[in-house]
Design a protein around this ligand. Structure first.
Ligand code: AKG
Length: 258
């Protein structure tokens, strides 16, 4: 049975708010996951140009905004259940920020190191951003599942962290060394949702198969464009030449429940 906003236990919503992440089983079915995995790997072959400018060369292949170029991936990014569960957790109206496919090659020894996502984003008025990390096949620890630092989403003033440097976040937030960490293996179709400020990492992929995760990132519907604090460009918004304070366009950043 799928987990939907109608049968989502309150305890999972509470857990998301307390810890900054939550594991939701069966957000899509295993059959859907298998179909989307085929499309994702086809995207990787066909749309190599989308990997340009990846922030983590060698850690994973990052294909940004595949929903705008691949009709099957669009079905997943705009999947009504994924968006509806995200809104239920965030408790505010949301819109899509962007998606990205994150594909770890077989026998890739590199972890994605601990970081928070939000410091990378040029967004204002968006305290409730969250990502849906959707497993398109079983992802045990050995295939590159996520580990979260429980409660780290409460620290919202850190500079962006280097996701290829194991120690960077702990230099910036030494107290995180003492916070509990939770590793979350997923079955195909399961999802973890994590808050934009929840620190997370992903293990290496020691298996013979690609680890294919599709990540759908949502922002508050009321978000505004803001220059990044570190002055760096963002590949999704910068080509749009938005003015600081601009509202987000409904076509490029569609609302979840409309
Ligand atoms: O899947 C990974 O390797 C990292 C995922 C991640 O950092 C994210 O979804 O924000």
């Amino acid at each position: 049975m799928l987990t939907t906003p109608h049968n989502l236990p309150t305890s999972l919503i509470d857990s998301y708010q307390l810890n900054g992440f939550v594991h939701i089983p069966s957000v899509i079915s295993p059959e859907e996951a298998a179909r989307f995995r085929v499309a994702a790997l086809e995207c990787q072959e066909r749309v190599k140009s989308l990997t340009a400018g990846s922030i983590a060369e060698g850690v994973f292949n990052q294909l940004l905004n595949v929903w705008r170029v691949h009709p099957v991936m669009k079905e997943l990014t705009l999947h009504p259940n994924v968006g509806a569960v995200a809104e239920k957790l965030a408790t505010v109206p949301l819109r899509l920020w962007h998606d990205h496919l994150l594909i770890k090659k077989p026998h890739n020894k590199m972890a994605t190191e601990f970081h928070q996502d939000h410091p990378y984003w040029p967004l204002d008025n968006a305290p409730n951003c969250l990502s849906a990390w959707i497993a398109l096949q079983d992802v045990p620890v050995e295939r590159g599942c996520m580990t979260f630092i429980n409660g780290s989403h409460r620290l919202t003033n850190l500079a962006s962290q280097d996701l290829m440097d194991r120690r960077d976040i702990f230099r910036k937030a030494p107290e995180f060394v003492w916070y509990p960490r939770t590793t979350v293996p997923l079955r195909a179709g399961d999802c973890t949702f994590h808050h934009g400020y929840c620190a997370h990492m992903a293990t290496p992929n020691e298996t013979d198969e690609f680890r294919v995760a599709h990540v759908v990132i949502f922002m508050d519907a009321a978000a505004r464009y803001a220059r990044r604090a570190d002055g760096n460009a963002h590949p999704v918004s910068d080509p749009l030449n938005l003015a600081a304070g601009a509202a987000m366009d409904d076509e490029i950043f569609p609302r979840v429940s409309c």
